[in-house]
Write a protein that binds this ligand. Structure first.
Ligand SMILES: NC(=O)c1ccc[n+]([C@@H]2O[C@H](COP(=O)([O-])OP(=O)(O)OC[C@H]3O[C@@H](n4cnc5c(N)ncnc54)[C@H](O)[C@@H]3O)[C@@H](O)[C@H]2O)c1
Length: 448
C-alpha cells in the first residue's frame, strides 16, 4: 500500500519505518525542518535500539522518504497515519490541535478514498471531530480509524513487529478489512487484532496507561510503607506477582513514572472523566502519588547529606525517564535536580544517551540555574568528591559498578538507590551507607 505518516517522533518514525519494512511504500511527513533534514542525511533524531539500521535500509531500498510537506505523488495514498504529539495543556487536558490540523490537511489534499488512522493518543470523542473535518473538507469518503499505539520506548521495534494486540476502532466493515490487510504481514493470530468502536479504542489506550501507572504508584506507596514499618518491598512484590490474578510486571518501586505518556495520559484521563461527569478517584490519586514520589526521593537524598546540604555534592546516574531511550520528557530526574539545586546542592550528572536532552529540558524549565549542573562523560567521573550517589535510571551499564573504585573517588560513601538495583550487592560491607526504596533494614548487606 502507499502510506503517508504524519510525525517523525518516537511513534511516527517507528510506525513509518516498520510499515516500510513490511513492504509498504511510505512517506513520513514532519513539520520540523531540522528533523527532516537530519533524517535525510541519515541521522536519526531519537535513540531507539535498532531503529537507525532499519531506517537506513528502507531509505536505501526506496520504501521510505522524509518530507516537510506532502508531495504531490503521495496524495493518492491508501492510508494516512496521524502520529503527531498530543502534549498536555496547562489544565492537564490533552492538546489535540496538531491532530486536528493534520486531519484538515489530509481532507484538503487526498485525491482518493482512504483510511485516516489516528495513532496519537487522543481523548474519547476526538475521532468524531476528525471524521467531521474529513467529511467537511472532502467528498471522497475519507474514513477515520482509531488505532492507538502501545509501543514502549526502548523496545519500540519489537513492539511494532510482535505486538501483543492491535486495537482498531472502526466505523465500517470496509475500514476493518483495510486495517486487517495493512497488518496482515505481521502474521498475527486473529484474536490479536481487536476490532472495536472508535470510542472504545480511544478509551482503552488511556485505560491501559492509567492502570499501569496505578500499579507503579501503588508499589511506590508500598515501598514507603515498607520503609516506615521495616518490611522488604521485594518480598511484598514477589508475593503479589506470583498471584496469577495480579502478575509480576509494573510492580517495581522507583522515583515515580515519567516519559511522554503515563504522566500526561493519566492527567488527561482524569480531565475528560471530570468533563463527562465521572470523577476517577484512583486515576487522580495515581497522579498525586507520583508527584509526591519525586519529593520522597529528594528527601531521602537530603537526609543522607546531613543537616546542611548547601554546597554538598551529589552524583546522579540516569537522566532518561527509563533505560534504552534518550527521552527525558517528564523524567523524574528533572524534578529531582530542580529540587536539589533549590536546596543548594551541587549536582554532577551522567547518562549514556540522554544528557543533551536533559540539559536542554532543564534549561527550559529553570533557566540559568541549569548551568550549575556539571555533565560528566563517564559515570565514574560524576562521583568525584561526591557526598552521595543517586541512581535514578537503571541503565544496564550501572548494574554492576566497581564499588571499591567508586567509593575511593567519593568524599562520603553514601548511595541512594532509587531503583533498588544494588540491594543485594553487599555495599554496606564496603563501607557505604545504602538507602533504598523500601528494601528493609538489611538492604545493602552482603547476600547470605
Ligand atoms: N512515545 C511513546 O512511547 C508513545 C507511545 C504510545 C503512544 N504515544 C502517543 O503518540 C503520539 C506521538 O508521540 P511521540 O512520542 O511520537 O511524539 P514526538 O513529540 O516524539 O513526535 C511528534 C512529532 O510530530 C511532529 N509534528 C507536530 N505537528 C505536526 C504536523 N502538523 N504535521 C507533521 N508533523 C508534526 C513533531 O515535529 C514531532 O517530530 C502522542 O499522542 C503520544 O501520546 C507515544
Amino acid at each position: 500500500m502507499n502510506l503517508v505518516v504524519f510525525g517523525a517522533g518516537y511513534v511516527g518514525l517507528v510506525t513509518a519505518t516498520g510499515l516500510a519494512e513490511l513492504g509498504h511504500s511510505v512517506v513520513c511527513v514532519d513539520t520540523d525542518p531540522a528533523r527532516v533534514a537530519a533524517l535525510r542525511a541519515g541521522d536519526i533524531p531519537i535513540f531507539e535500539p535498532g531503529l537507525a539500521e532499519l531506517v537506513t535500509r528502507n531509505v536505501r531500498e526506496g520504501r521510505i522518504g522524509f518530507e516537510t510537506a506532502v508531495p504531490a505523488a503521495a496524495r493518492t495514498a491508501d492510508a494516512w497515519f496521524i502520529a503527531v504529539g498530543t502534549p498536555p495543556s496547562k489544565d492537564g487536558s490533552a492538546d489535540i490541535s496538531a491532530v486536528l490540523s493534520v486531519a484538515e490537511t489530509i481532507a484538503s489534499l487526498a485525491e482518493r478514498r482512504a483510511l485516516v488512522v489516528v495513532k496519537s493518543t487522543v481523548p474519547v470523542g476526538t475521532g468524531d471531530r476528525v471524521q467531521a473535518l474529513l467529511d467537511g473538507g472532502s467528498r471522497l469518503g475519507l474514513e477515520h480509524v482509531s488505532n492507538p499505539e502501545f509501543l514502549r520506548e526502548g523496545t519500540a521495534l519489537e513492539d511494532f513487529f510482535q505486538p501483543e494486540r492491535i486495537v482498531c476502532g472502526v466505523r465500517t466493515p470496509w475500514a476493518e478489512e483495510r486495517m486487517r490487510a495493512l497488518y496482515t504481514p505481521l502474521q498475527l493470530e486473529a484474536s490479536q487484532v481487536q476490532i472495536t468502536s472508535v470510542r472504545s479504542a480511544e478509551l482503552c489506550k488511556y485505560a491501559a496507561n492509567a492502570l499501569l501507572a496505578l500499579r507503579i504508584s501503588f508499589m511506590n506507596e508500598m515501598a514507603r510503607l515498607c520503609d516506615a514499618l521495616g518490611a522488604d518491598v521485594r518480598d511484598v512484590r514477589r508475593a503479589l506477582g506470583s498471584d496469577s490474578r495480579i502478575g509480576p510486571r509494573y510492580l517495581y518501586p522507583g522515583p515515580g513514572y515519567g516519559g511522554s505518556c503515563f504522566p500526561k495520559d493519566v492527567q488527561a484521563l482524569a480531565h475528560f472523566g471530570r468533563d463527562a461527569g465521572v470523577t476517577l478517584l484512583t486515576v487522580e490519586a495515581t497522579h498525586e502519588t507520583n508527584e509526591r514520589q519525586r519529593g520522597w526521593v529528594v528527601d531521602k537524598v537530603l537526609r543522607a547529606l546531613g543537616p546542611n546540604p548547601v554546597g554538598k555534592r551529589v552524583a546522579l546516574w540516569g537522566l532518561a525517564f527509563k533505560p534504552e531511550t534518550d527521552d527525558v520528557r517528564e523524567s523524574p530526574a528533572l524534578a529531582v535536580v530542580t529540587k536539589l539545586l533549590a536546596a543548594g546542592v551541587e549536582v554532577r550528572v551522567h547518562d549514556p544517551e540522554a544528557t543533551d536532552n536533559f540539559l536542554r529540558a532543564l534549561q527550559a524549565s529553570v533557566g540559568a540555574a541549569a548551568e550549575r549542573v556539571v555533565r560528566c562523560e563517564r559515570a565514574l567521573d560524576a562521583v568525584d568528591d561526591a557526598d552521595a550517589l543517586l541512581l535514578l535510571t537503571e541503565w544496564r551499564s550501572y548494574r554492576a559498578p566497581d564499588f571499591p573504585a567508586l567509593g575511593a573517588r567519593m568524599r562520603t560513601r553514601t548511595i541512594v538507590d532509587a531503583r533498588n538495583v544494588w540491594g543485594a550487592a553487599g555495599v554496606s560491607a564496603l563501607g557505604f551507607a545504602y538507602h533504598s526504596l523500601g528494601l528493609g533494614p538489611r538492604a545493602g548487606d552482603p547476600t547470605p
